[in-house]
Design a binder for this molecule. Structure first.
Ligand SMILES: Nc1ncnc2c1ncn2[C@@H]1O[C@H](COP(=O)(O)OP(=O)(O)OP(=O)(O)O)[C@@H](O)[C@H]1O
Ligand SMILES: [Mg+2]
Length: 266
């Protein structure tokens, strides 16, 4: 089956007692969170409470900051991504990331943008396999219909929302098992935002999604589970409450969660 699509199953992700530091400064304190396979988990909370730091710990990007350190475990289907024998390149192929600002390679073609991550996996594909992969990733990212007739045009020529979907297609090309998204819609207009939200709901069947958002309506619309982060009065960020989105929005147990969700602070 030379042209069989390369697929992977969504993985369970489980953070256990994760703490993080930048130099001497502790910014996360013993954060534990289960992010179940095939679900969308939303991380919410005020600015500076450590959501992005937590996300970057999940795929070992935190260690790229020279002053950064951490404690705790991150289990990907039960195996710690920080185990000594695990290479960070392998972890990043399994756990993809989409950022706040769309970051395609602007001069590179749409086609080459999608396949740009393949080198990381060391997988060699024939031309026909690549064509199939590009098509299937663009379909999954909800962009195929808009770009099928101009795959050789530069990625930088797309609109902001299209560029973000191109970045999603690029991250899908290496068959990640988890996709991390850090405020992926905050630079986009409402129509593009809706389009990305639809894409997220379609993708959750094949990849576990963890998304940071400041938009409470968005968290309510797209997530199955939520975790509310808070760093009070100069203390490190902690999870105040987590659970199903229905429970978090319908009947939060902590008054601080209710206040935040209803826009009373942050
Ligand atoms: N590279 C860094 N070096 C030093 N401190 C950092 C670095 N990145 C983040 N911090 C600090 O860590 C804390 C958590 O930051 P983080 O970016 O994770 O917050 P956040 O919840 O994502 O905020 P926002 O909602 O504004 O994106 C903040 O106090 C921040 O100043
Ligand atoms: Mg952030």
């Amino acid at each position: 089956m030379p042209n069989a699509p390369i697929t992977a199953d969504p993985a369970d992700l489980h953070a256990r007692a994760v703490s993080a530091w930048f130099g001497e400064r502790k910014v996360l304190d013993r954060v534990s969170l289960a992010m179940p396979a095939g679900q969308v988990t939303a991380l919410i909370g005020p600015s500076g409470c450590g959501k992005s730091t937590f996300l970057r710990i999940l795929n070992r990007m935190h260690e790229l900051v020279p002053s950064a350190s951490l404690a705790g475990e991150v289990l990907l289907d039960g195996v710690d991504v920080y185990a000594p024998q695990r290479r960070f390149t392998e972890v990043r192929a399994h756990v993809g990331m989409v950022f706040q600002k769309p970051n395609p390679f602007p001069a590179m073609s749409i086609y080459d943008n999608v396949t740009a991550g393949l080198k990381l996996t060391g997988r060699r594909l024939s031309r026909a396999q690549k064509d199939d992969l590009v098509e299937s990733c663009l379909i999954k990212a909800g962009l195929w219909n808009e770009v099928a007739d101009r795959l050789r045009q530069p990625g930088g020529a797309l609109s902001g929302g299209q560029q973000q979907r191109l970045c999603i297609a690029r991250s899908l090309a290496v068959s990640p098992r988890v996709l991390l998204m850090d405020e992926p819609c905050s630079a986009l207009d409402p129509t593009s935002t809706r389009r990305i939200e639809e894409t997220i709901r379609e993708l959750m069947h094949e990849v576990t999604i963890v998304i940071v958002t400041h938009n409470m309506q968005q968290a309510a619309r797209i997530s199955d589970r939520c975790a509310f982060f808070l760093a009070e009065q100069g203390t490190p960020g902690r999870i105040v409450e987590h659970g199903t989105t229905e429970a978090m929005f319908g009947a939060p147990t902590d008054p601080r969660t209710a206040d935040y969700i209803h826009g009373r602070f942050g």
